[in-house]
Every structure is written in structure tokens, then in C-alpha cells.
Design a protein around this ligand. Structure first.
Ligand SMILES: [Fe+2]
Ligand SMILES: [Fe+2]
Length: 152
């Protein structure tokens, strides 16, 4: 069943919510590709989803560091552990193993849980950091520069 964007996924940080919505779209695209038993499409969606997740993780980590979030390091370790799991699934898929459904279910469960628990935990600190940056003339464009750096 496709993931619906519900209020418990909403961090209130626009730039983060936009990225999380895009990740949810990719997981839903993956579900469609699996349903159509189109292995080539599954591979293409997986590549795009993995690239996007890694860029999102990098951006999120830099934002946490910039805002002085105390749990930035453990959060980064959680991202890295997930990225390794994702890479192992992609290797299996590329080797012709039928892991797409299992991978989809893991992605859906892990990412929703991660947003609701780990990402929600940084919201107040990161919001404070974004507010401070927007008031600082030397840091006013940090956010847009960082988004460009990770996603272009
Ligand atoms: Fe995260
Ligand atoms: Fe996130």
C-alpha cells in the first residue's frame, strides 16, 4: 500500500519536509515498479532513491552540525548503518536476486520510523539554528547554498 503523507511525518522545517516527501514518492514509485514486475524500472528507481537518500542524509547532518545539535554524531551513525544496509540490498538486486519487495518493506518501515523518532528529535534545535542563521548576515544564505551543494 502506498505511503500517505500524514501529519506525524511533518517536522515543520520546510526544506526537510520537502526532501522527506520526495523520499516517500520514491518509495511509492518503487512499489509501482515492483507491482508491474519491471526489474529495469525497479533498478532505476532504486538508484535514484539511494542517491537522493544519501544527499538528504548529508544535508541533514550538515544542518544538525551547523545548529549545534548534541546528537548529530549518533544520528550520522544511524544514517551510515542504514546506507550500508541499502547498499547490500542493491548489490543483491544487481546480482539478480529477487529482493525488491523485501527492500521496499525495509525502506518503508525504516524511513518512516526514522523520521518519526530520530528526525523529530532534532526539530527544535535545528529550527533555532535556522532562525539564527537567517538573522546573521554572514550566514543568511547558508541553507540555500547547502541545499545546492548536496542536491546539484
Ligand atoms: Fe535522519
Ligand atoms: Fe530525514
Amino acid at each position: 500500500m502506498a505511503i500517505e503523507w500524514t501529519s506525524d511525518l511533518h517536522t515543520g522545517i520546510e526544506v526537510i519536509d520537502d526532501q522527506h516527501k520526495r523520499i516517500v514518492d520514491y518509495i511509492n514509485q518503487l512499489e509501482n515498479a515492483i507491482r508491474q514486475t519491471d526489474s529495469r524500472s525497479v533498478g532505476l528507481v532504486l538508484d535514484a532513491l539511494a542517491d537522493y537518500c544519501l544527499a538528504h542524509f548529508g544535508f541533514e547532518e550538515s544542518l544538525q552540525e551547523k545548529a549545534g545539535y548534541a546528537l548529530a554524531k549518533p544520528h550520522k551513525v544511524i544514517h551510515e548503518t542504514f546506507a550500508k544496509r541499502l547498499a547490500r540490498y542493491r548489490e543483491k538486486h544487481n546480482a539478480g536476486e529477487d529482493v525488491a519487495q523485501q527492500l521496499h518493506d525495509m525502506l518503508k518501515t525504516w524511513l518512516m520510523h526514522h523520521i518519526k523518532r530520530d528526525d523529530m528529535a532534532y526539530v527544535s534545535v535545528v529550527k533555532g539554528g535556522i532562525d539564527r542563521m537567517s538573522r546573521d548576515k554572514n550566514d543568511g544564505d547558508w541553507l540555500s547554498r547547502s541545499v545546492k551543494g548536496y542536491f546539484n
